[in-house]
Design a protein around this ligand. Structure first.
Ligand code: TRP
Ligand code: ZN
Length: 877
């Protein structure tokens, strides 16, 4: 393949021709599906009469092409590997094409492919061009009528977007269904599904009184796993009506579960297609985390019907317009229907680990990128999660009411259009009357801003002086940065009372929990009438996606952990306190000095355990140490072994000293109640299981006994999986082997549970982990062609088993590169994602750097897909 060329945002031009209506007919066949397309086209008023018609098309075999019924001569059009050009078309015309495609050969899972004998499509971002010749860009919106023809016996169910119009029998044991979607849409929202599926049906009455039929389509064996997704869908529909005043617009909403899928799910109009892992649940097969993930993803895809489908993106540089906004919407939904502080803690813990790492690495890019080679590489934590943080900041800056007015304005003004991020922010500015021009830098500047904060209490004048200095580090292509508009929510906690003090800034009262606006590189905020020395509680609720440093002493942090009125910052104080202790222990390990546990951390944990909490889920989070990945993110240079040893040491020290408390907390939170994925039960289970993790860290007989009993009781997957993980990760093979065997045999028939079985084994800290990965790659339940399997086995190993992936001999790196090379041919989108850990080589010692770069070079020597090529070039630049 020749060197792929980047596409630049500033080169955007409107399409020369627009498509108004599309008629598609599919004659399904594994190796030779025929796709007939009839497009109604119109030249853009601003294009010249000599403008050629450019259509995208990849891996298509053209069988026929005609304009207004007239077949084209060879010199009237040209074909290339990436598309078709028609010379001198009329101003307005019908284009008919027939192409042949081979779904059974499609291992990339983009376009039309086969999964378990079932036909399905994935068109975002550029998959439609693998189905037919088309202007495959989001600013071309047309109405679609789709006829699906297939074998009646093997494909009894034939689905597409919109409403079914007509169905009937055809010769040769075939049948057909014709669907029509009345809403104009871009090609990336097209969907087709055909297979032997069963449905679960329900109803939802919208706020205007319309009845919508809800269908969940699954393979027969999964009929018992649909209840939670259906309930989640109804909750999401109601929430969007109550919160945004938006109701569903078609009479039918369908969700289909498929096993082979590159991402979580896809918001195709009226026909969402889901990775089965993102929709199927059962108390015996899915953990609490999986139940909550399903709820969030079902909501996310449903919410796209407005934030994405009715109003879509002008071009793919605007991807965060729909994704950032929709993630923000699903986060708010999940917070509303579960424990809000825990949702925030989980999201931020993940964000600060994974998105911060992305923003500090060679693939760092702004929330709105300026160029890309392969858009499939830009479905990133920055576009999704940082994009959501930016929308969250906007909503806090303008206030919820103005934000809601701004969103109404956005949906009304741009309904049925493909628009830009400016269009969205302009609506917010208009609705609030605020100037958001400096705020726009959040969309164009990459990198995590760093804030250094200093505070001083002036006793004589009863003032507190808070100085904030911001700096955004250089990122690839962006050496210089400008100061951002950063909202910092804060409180000043009185050291005598432990209460939030009233905030007065420049004569203005901010209440006891206020927001200050950092806009300059450095600013000092003087709070007056501060009656006692405070400890500042900064960046409450993670009010901006920044790294904030403040020279807290350990007493300050213990104080905030006990007293802060903001639940999120209470948790964060605990994390900061643990980090200080971990830093010392990492240094001790490196210097070969004996490790000594900081008693202040022990006492802080003891206090937490003794005091308990109204929100047990928050308590569980507070008792959880920062992950190795997060600790690594906070170090200037990652010392894999020292981090692992230090964290283990803290865990074991806490467990040894507070053993009785952990035992008590475990016992207090055991419950025999039938499983329900509801917040109170989830909270108890997570608290109990955190306690059990500590008990198992010292592997005492009582802890082992509890873990074994919890595993054998087989009450629900959350408890079983946690116990199995602890047994498998213990040093005792006599505990690990029989439990793994029993679990593997019991669930051999359930592909989603087997994914968990893979993940549990390859996160083992024992040195045999890498050999296990290799061994399990040969297991009959594993397949490189299934993205869930690849993620469960290889992705989990490379991302979550740091001590073994980063083995000093480089064997972990070699294994990952081998898989990436193979996947580069099979599934470029997945290959390009999987390689990520190797791209972070700059963070490690010299010897590991050389090993990682060596593997990247080895990949580079292959004939690469544009996806892998782009990532490798950035990583080695
Ligand atoms: N738009 C989908 C979402 O909600 C993302 C997605 C699903 C996707 N499948 C994909 C993106 C395949 C790229 C390729 O978030
Ligand atoms: Zn999305």
């Amino acid at each position: 393949m020749s060197e792929p060329k980047p596409i630049h945002r500033h080169d955007y031009r409107p399409p020369a021709y627009r498509v108004t209506d599309v008629e598609l007919t599919f004659e399904l066949d594994p190796a030779a599906t025929q796709v007939k397309a009839s497009l109604q086209l119109e030249r853009h008023p601003q294009s010249g009469d000599d403008a050629p018609l450019e259509l995208d098309g990849e891996q298509l075999t053209l069988k026929h092409i005609a304009i207004d019924g007239q077949s084209l001569a060879n010199d009237e059009y040209a074909l290339s590997d990436t598309g078709l050009t028609v010379y001198n078309p009329p101003r307005q015309f019908r284009l008919d094409t027939v192409v042949e495609i081979a779904p059974s050969e499609n291992t990339a899972l983009e376009g039309l492919y086969l999964s378990n004998g079932m036909y399905c499509t994935q068109c975002e971002a550029e998959g439609f061009r693998r189905i037919t010749y088309y202007p495959d860009r989001p600013d071309v919106m047309a109405t679609f009528a789709t006829t699906v023809i297939g074998d009646r016996a093997s494909l009894p169910v034939l689905l597409s977007n919109g409403n079914p119009l007509e169905r009937g029998e055809l010769p040769g044991g075939r049948h057909f269904v014709t669907w029509r979607d009345p809403f104009p849409k871009p090609s990336y929202l097209f969907a087709l599904v055909a297979g032997d599926l069963q449905k679960v049906e329900d109803r939802f009455v919208t706020m205007s009184g319309r009845e919508v039929t809800l269908q969940l389509w699954v393979e027969e064996e999964n009929l018992g796993k649909t209840e939670h997704a259906m309930a989640s869908l109804k909750r999401a529909m109601q929430w969007d009506e109550e919160t945004y005043g938006r109701e569903y617009d078609l009479d039918l909403f369908m969700i289909v579960a498929v096993n082979d899928f590159n991402m979580g799910a896809m918001e195709n109009k009226g026909l969402n297609i889901f990775n089965s892992a993102a929709v199927l649940t059962h108390p015996h097969t899915a953990t609490d985390a999986a139940f909550q993930r399903v709820e969030g993803i079902v909501a996310h895809e449903y919410f796209h019907n407005w934030s994405g489908n009715r109003v879509t993106c002008r071009d793919w540089f605007q991807l965060s317009l729909k994704e950032g906004f929709t993630v923000f919407r699903d986060q708010c939904f999940s917070a509303d229907v579960n424990s809000a502080p825990v949702k925030r803690i989980e999201d931020v813990a993940f964000f600060r680990t994974a998105q911060f790492a992305e923003d500090a690495g060679p693939t760092a890019h702004p929330v709105r990128p300026d160029h890309y080679i392969e858009i499939g590489n830009f479905y990133t934590l920055t576009i999704y999660e940082k994009g959501a943080e930016v929308v969250r900041m906007l909503s806090n800056l303008v206030g919820w009411e103005a934000f809601r007015r701004g969103s109404d304005l956005y949906f009304e003004r741009f309904d049925g259009q493909a628009v830009t991020i400016e269009d969205f922010v302009d609506c917010m500015a208009e609705a609030s009357g605020q100037d958001l021009s400096q705020f726009m830098l959040w969309y164009s500047q990459a990198g995590t801003p760093e804030i250094d904060a200093y505070g001083e209490y002036d006793y004589a004048n009863a003032e507190y002086h808070l100085t904030l200095r911001q700096r955004t580090p250089a990122t690839p292509g962006q050496p210089e940065k400008q100061p951002l508009h950063i909202p910092v929510r804060l409180g000043l906690v009185g050291t005598k009372t432990g209460r939030d003090l009233a905030l007065t800034l420049e004569g203005e009262s901010l209440g006891s929990d206020g927001v200050i606006h950092l806009r300059e590189a450095e600013q000092t905020f003087v709070f007056t009438d501060v009656p006692e020395a405070p400890v500042p509680s900064l960046l409450r609720g993670f009010s901006a996606p920044v790294q904030l440093r403040f020279p807290y002493g350990r007493e300050d942090l213990a104080f905030l952990l006990a007293n802060d009125s903001d639940g999120f910052n209470r948790w964060d104080a605990g994390q900061r306190l643990a980090m200080l202790a971990l830093d010392d222990l990492i240094a001790a390990h490196r210097n070969g000095v004996e490790k000594v546990m900081d008693t202040r951390v022990v006492e802080a944990f003891r206090a937490l355990l003794e005091r308990g909490s109204d929100d047990k889920a928050v308590l569980a989070e507070m008792l959880t140490l920062p992950s190795e990945a997060y600790i690594a993110e906070q170090q200037p240079l990652v010392d894999v072994e020292a981090i692992h040893a230090a964290r283990d040491f803290v865990k074991q020290s806490l467990a040894a000293t507070l053993r009785e408390d952990f035992l008590r907390v475990y016992e207090e939170n055991v419950s025999e109640a039938p499983y329900a994925p509801e917040p109170d039960q989830i909270a108890r289970r997570s608290l109990k299981n955190v306690a059990l993790s500590y008990l198992m860290a010292i592997e005492d007989e009582q802890g082992i006994d509890i873990a074994r009993r919890q595993f054998e009781a087989d009450h629900n997957m959350t408890d079983v999986r946690h116990a199995l993980t602890l047994l498998t990760h213990s040093s005792r093979d006599d505990l690990a082997a029989p439990a793994l065997r029993a679990f593997g045999e019991k669930w051999a028939h359930d592909t989603l549970v087997m994914d968990q079985w893979f993940a549990i084994q390859v996160t083992r800290p024992q040195p045999d982990a890498l050999d296990r990965v290799k061994h399990l790659m040969a297991h009959p339940a594993f397949s490189l062609k299934n993205p869930n399997k690849v993620r469960a086995l290889i992705g989990t190993f490379a991302n979550q088993n740091r001590i073994n992936f980063h083995r000093a001999d480089g064997e972990g790196y070699r294994l990952l590169a081998d898989v990436v090379i193979e996947l580069n041919r099979l599934n470029p989108e997945i290959a390009a994602r999987l390689v990520t850990p190797l791209t972070r080589w700059q963070r490690f010692d010299e010897s590991r750097q050389e090993l990682m770069k060596g593997e990247l070079e080895r990949i580079r020597a292959e004939k690469l897909s544009p996806n892998v090529y782009e990532v490798i070039e950035k990583a080695l630049a």
